[in-house]
Write a protein that binds this ligand. Structure first.
Ligand SMILES: Cc1cc2nc3c(=O)[nH]c(=O)nc-3n(C[C@H](O)[C@H](O)[C@H](O)COP(=O)(O)OP(=O)(O)OC[C@H]3O[C@@H](n4cnc5c(N)ncnc54)[C@H](O)[C@@H]3O)c2cc1C
Length: 203
């Protein structure tokens, strides 16, 4: 398999880049390790409601999110911020009315943040998207990138002119091997770059 730009990761970053290249008529291939797109964005529909199990909020200082919502005509609404905040502590005690407005001033998307993932993916040629495909190693020689991927247990080679790894730096450092190996300084930068909200989970 051969492509101009190999995008590794089908989260919002990888999808936004694929969308950008597609609109410029450029050749690309996006590979995503999981069997679905969105990465840390996951909106689950349940009982007629859409629940964001990953990111839910964006803020006035994030014009690109607002632009995507406008382009795909996804309604934006302000986070509800009056009333009581209620939560249960580890020992079972329920706390109510501590009086702070959670995420006041932030925005939500109707249908959840997953709406953006669906809209971006819908506009892309499905032939250029490979899910359940994990990049395991990247070799760089004579201006050509050779990436080895594992697609459902089957090894394949993808050749590309450029590669964009749209995934958390620490995941790159810990799960992908490079030939020639990245120098110690580059590796340190990847290891030392914290992943935004990596310690968060929702149920
Ligand atoms: C619970 C939670 C709540 C959050 N809330 C907010 C919020 O309200 N607002 C906000 O702005 N941010 C929030 N964040 C952070 C936000 O989710 C991320 O910053 C954002 O989704 C990152 O997108 P990304 O495309 O850069 O990376 P990711 O979504 O991490 O995508 C990377 C993709 O790469 C894939 N991948 C990894 N390794 C390989 C490989 N070797 N080969 C192929 N594919 C690979 C992964 O499967 C993944 O799909 C939250 C995060 C969490 C976990």
């Amino acid at each position: 398999m051969q492509t101009d730009v190999l995008i590794v990761g089908g989260g919002l970053s990888g999808l936004a880049l694929a969308d950008h290249l597609a609109r410029q008529g450029r050749d690309f291939l996006l590979v995503e390790a999981q069997d679905r797109l969105g990465g840390r964005i996951l909106t689950q529909e349940f009982s007629g409601g859409a629940f964001d199990l990953g990111p839910a909020w964006f803020w006035p200082g994030q014009p690109r999110m607002a632009a995507l919502a406008e382009r795909f005509q996804i309604p934006v609404f302000g986070q509800f911020s009056t009333g009581d905040l209620v939560y249960q502590e580890q020992n079972g005690t329920v706390q109510r009315g501590r009086g702070y407005a959670s995420m006041e001033g932030s925005y939500r998307l109707a249908g959840g943040i997953g709406s953006v993932v669906h809209a971006l993916a819908k506009g892309l040629d499905p032939v250029k998207i490979m899910t359940s495909t994990r990049v395991t190693s990247v070799e760089h020689s004579a201006g050509i990138i050779t990436a080895e991927v594992d697609q459902n247990g089957r090894a394949q080679i993808i050749k590309a002119n450029r590669i964009v790894m749209a995934m958390p730096p620490r995941v790159i450092a810990n799960t992908v091997s490079f030939e020639p190996a990245l120098d110690a300084g580059q590796m340190q930068v990847l290891q030392d770059t914290p992943t935004w909200m990596a310690g968060q989970a929702k149920i």
